[in-house]
Design a protein around this ligand. Structure first.
Ligand code: ZN
Length: 311
């Protein structure tokens, strides 16, 4: 058919009309704004293009993103600790090229067919480039070979499902087997409700693995970062031989609002902050993020005197 011909619909079918000399008017193309819902990540920080500024929620200073990156996501003015990704944190702690990741391909399955769970998993996998809310592996921190697990709040609020529990259990067992100290850096809203009882079982599983680790007289350091709540705090995060926290981290089982509503009592100032819990004996020390590696090395020196296995 002649390309300059146009078809005209009639009731009886399609009928060809005279070739047109000029094409019919085309609607001018307008730039299309992306819809807000099309942006994959919920995190405002991730949505802002690189090279911009972030407002500190604590001192209200505007911080250049590059400066924040170089300062391990800590405000240079007031030392407010922003959330940090698991990979960035591992990079800040371990000796270069020593991290051997374990189970990098392990993924959650929607065993209960929980409404919307599959979609959330896929969304967070794309947004964070992680498979689930924890990265585990064997590495070196200073001279010590360590089994290290680092949780990531950006993946479904660091919630503990079957994958988080299984990866951490395998990590602890590897540490026990190799006679290496275990270090777990927690950040979590608690157990993953989309996995129901399967997520609650992880509390017993990780705790049992840590008990066997302790029977072998191998040390375990738990590092609590903002926020550490729920089933994670009710299991492995609270079982460290040493429990260390980042400044101002919020730590507890249920949140302050739930406790206030249940007990009908006024909560003390600073309730559930790392500083409050240090005063009340739940944690052993508060360590700023930039000093964390040196302090871990010091603690590992102390905890492994006379029983260090060959690195
Ligand atoms: Zn600040």
């Amino acid at each position: 058919m002649d390309t300059t011909s146009f078809l005209k619909k009639t009731i009886g079918g399609v009928e060809q009309i005279e070739p047109a000399l000029t094409p019919p008017p085309v609607k001018p193309m307008l730039p299309v704004k992306p819809k807000l819902g099309q942006v994959a990540s919920k995190s405002r920080k991730r949505d802002i293009p690189k090279g911009l500024w972030t407002k500190c929620p604590s001192c209200a200073s505007m911080i250049y993103d590059k400066e924040l990156d170089e300062n391990l996501q800590v405000c240079p003015k007031c030392q407010h600790h922003f959330p940090i990704g698991s990979r960035e944190r591992i990079h800040s702690l371990v000796e270069t090229c020593t991290f051997e990741e374990m189970d990098p391909e392990m993924v959650s399955v929607d065993v209960l067919k929980f409404s919307g769970y599959k979609g959330k998993l896929e969304r967070d996998r794309k947004a964070t480039m992680l498979k689930d809310a924890v990265v585990t592996g064997v590495c070196k921190i200073g001279v010590h070979r360590v089994a290290l697990g680092v949780m990531d709040f950006a993946f479904m609020g660091g919630s503990m499902g079957a994958v988080v529990g299984e990866k951490l259990t395998r990590l602890i067992e590897r540490g026990t087997e190799g006679r290496w100290p275990v270090v777990i850096i927690s950040t979590s809203g608690g157990a993953r409700m989309q996995e129901g009882a399967f997520s609650l079982m992880q509390m017993a599983k990780t705790s049992a693995a840590l008990a066997r680790h302790a029977q072998q007289r191998q040390p375990y350091i738990s590092v609590l970062t903002n926020n550490s709540y729920g089933g994670v705090m009710a299991s492995y995060a609270a079982l460290g031989d040493l429990i260390v926290a980042e400044p101002s981290a919020m730590i507890g089982f249920a949140g302050p609002r739930v406790i206030k509503d249940t007990t009908h009592a006024d909560l003390p100032t600073g309730f559930q902050t790392a500083e409050f819990l240090l005063d009340h004996g739940l944690i052993d020390s508060i360590v700023p993020r930039k000093e964390m590696k040196d302090r871990l090395m010091l603690y590992l020196d102390f905890l492994t005197v006379g029983k260090r296995s060959p690195a």
